[in-house]
Ligand binder design. Structure first.
Ligand code: ZN
Length: 116
């Protein structure tokens, strides 16, 4: 082993994060579920509130799905021995960056280039 990163620790972090997202999804089930828009009982404004809340719940649910996808991909890279390497240039991603977000798929350089 050289100065390589602690894969087991990152796997634990990823699994814990995935667990949290699943828990959030479970507990958010009610608000993300179909809001009954009873037009006879709700006024126009509260109906808009309900729809807005529903949109927000959907948006955060989508965000969780995206993050779970990133985490699943990172766990797959761990299994394949590719974890820690930038998907774009193949350079080792600094452990410091992985500590902030273990699911990050690119080095700083490539990430900022693909954002531009
Ligand atoms: Zn890169």
């Amino acid at each position: 082993m050289d100065d390589s990163i602690d894969i087991a620790a990152f796997r634990d972090l990823l699994l814990a994060r995935e667990r949290t997202l699943i828990d959030e999804e479970m507990s958010g089930e009610d608000s993300a579920g179909t809001v009954e828009l009873d037009q006879t009982r709700l006024g126009r404004l509260s109906r808009m509130d309900a729809m807005q809340a529903q949109q927000m719940a959907k948006a955060s649910s989508r965000r969780r799905q995206l993050e779970r996808g990133r985490i699943a991909a990172a766990l797959r890279r761990i299994d394949e021995g590719e974890f820690g390497y930038c998907l774009s240039c193949g350079e080792l991603i600094p452990a410091q960056r992985l500590t902030i977000d273990p699911a990050v798929p690119q080095c700083v350089g490539c990430a900022s280039r693909s954002e531009a």
